[in-house]
Design a protein around this ligand. Structure first.
Ligand code: GTP
Length: 366
């Protein structure tokens, strides 16, 4: 039986306020929670049992999957206190069914959208008789990442900290967040404290001479941990730039059947519009995520942004790379610039925030 672990216990701080009430893997991308896309991918790769390593808002995972009836069994390893990525793997290992010390266990980070062929990763792991295999991806600018150089045969030479100088950029390969562990190696991770798999487990295995291999591919890859990456990942799934068994055919937009979009509005670039949302006349929603019951008034423009459920955007307002928490209200004629995050429930009055000049007269008496 092929088994897998998905790491889903993180707080997702970079995606706040979306993650205030919803763990990152349960946020909706391209019409389904992200973890459902991952489950579908695992199922396609022949996985029959998956353990969710949960911690933050753990109960919501069981709620999401209470009616799950596919051919894949789900177990929950809950950490009362987060154990770090390594500790989480070790803890989830307790719930694996297989008993063979050599069994390959597939492990996924819960926030990576990737086109990697998981069957190929497993096959390569077995063919190399590896202790651990890591999916590696190449990035154009490696300065923001820890680097993973390999030799000609793909054997990992080191796990290097983020490079500070051009000389330290010895490779463009980085850890892509999908691994295969030999079961006995997984069981040897310390169980009595927090452990980071990236900073502690992997470097120790390499230093100890264990068989740690990289599986480098040029498949689609994106870490959905930041707001912009999150909206781009969702849009890529809708347009077909990234694939998921849950997205049937590429499209310009994914509009829920219960949503209402005015015929003069445009929804483009792989945007999603959630249940009962209303998009008004001449509005534009481009490469964005509009949640359930959101209303977007006439002439509003939303670019590369997320508007969480039950919020409203006033007429002629413009949002660019903005995250709007749930139950928020942006009045008409606002202009919200990149990287702004609006807290859940906040209200911005008409013309309250602008980047460019405003023609509205000063209402105070001087
Ligand atoms: P940020 O707070 O925005 O950095 O996000 P995060 O909490 O998800 O952290 P990060 O992106 O580094 O985590 C990578 C993956 O590991 C995610 O899928 C997390 O859910 C998961 N993860 C991180 N720490 C833990 C932990 O202590 N326990 C468990 N079970 N999972 C974890």
């Amino acid at each position: 039986m092929q088994e897998a672990i998905i790491l889903v216990g993180g707080k997702g701080t970079r995606l706040r306020p979306l993650t205030n009430h919803t763990p990152k893997p349960l946020l909706g991308v391209a019409g389904s929670s992200f973890i459902r896309h991952q489950i579908a991918k695992l199922s396609d790769a022949g996985v029959e049992h998956v353990v969710f390593a949960t911690s933050y808002l753990a109960a919501l995972f069981e709620q999401e999957f209470k009616d799950f009836s596919e051919d894949l069994e789900i177990s929950y390893a809950v950490e009362e206190v987060p154990l770090g990525t390594g500790g989480a793997i070790r803890n989830a290992g307790r719930l694996l069914r297989g008993t063979s010390a050599d069994a390959p266990v597939l492990i996924l980070n819960g926030d990576i959208l990737s086109g990697v062929d998981l069957r190929a990763l497993l096959e390569r792991h077995q063919a190399r008789d590896a202790d651990v295999s890591l999916h590696l991806t190449r990035v154009p600018d490696p300065r923001a990442f820890g680097l993973v150089p390999t030799d000609q045969a793909g054997r990992v030479l080191a796990f290097l900290e983020k490079p500070k100088t051009p000389e330290e950029c010895v490779t463009d390969q980085i850890n892509a967040g999908a691994y295969v562990f030999r079961r006995s190696v997984l069981d040897a991770i310390p169980a009595d404290r927090e452990v980071s798999v990236e900073q502690e487990t992997f470097p120790r295995l390499v230093t100890a001479g264990r068989r740690v291999f990289g599986h480098t591919t040029d498949d689609y890859w994106r870490d959905l941990g930041t707001p912009l990456a999150f909206v781009h990942g969702s849009a890529d799934l809708v347009t077909g730039a990234a694939t998921s068994p849950l997205v049937a055919a590429p499209a310009q937009a994914l509009i829920h059947p219960t949503a209402t979009v005015d015929p003069t509005a445009r929804v483009t670039g792989g945007s999603t519009v959630g249940p009962h949302a209303v998009i008004g006349p001449h509005a534009l929603v481009d490469r964005s995520i509009v949640g359930a019951r959101v209303s977007v008034a006439e002439g509003a423009r939303i670019h590369e942004s997320v508007v969480d459920h039950d919020s409203s955007i006033g007429a002629e307002s413009c949002l660019r790379e903005v995250v709007v928490g749930c139950h928020a209200h942006v009045g008409p004629h606002n202009e919200l610039p990149a990287q702004l995050r609006l807290s859940c429930g906040i209200r911005i009055p008409a013309g309250g925030v602008r980047v460019s000049g405003t023609a509205v007269a000063c209402p105070t008496v001087h």
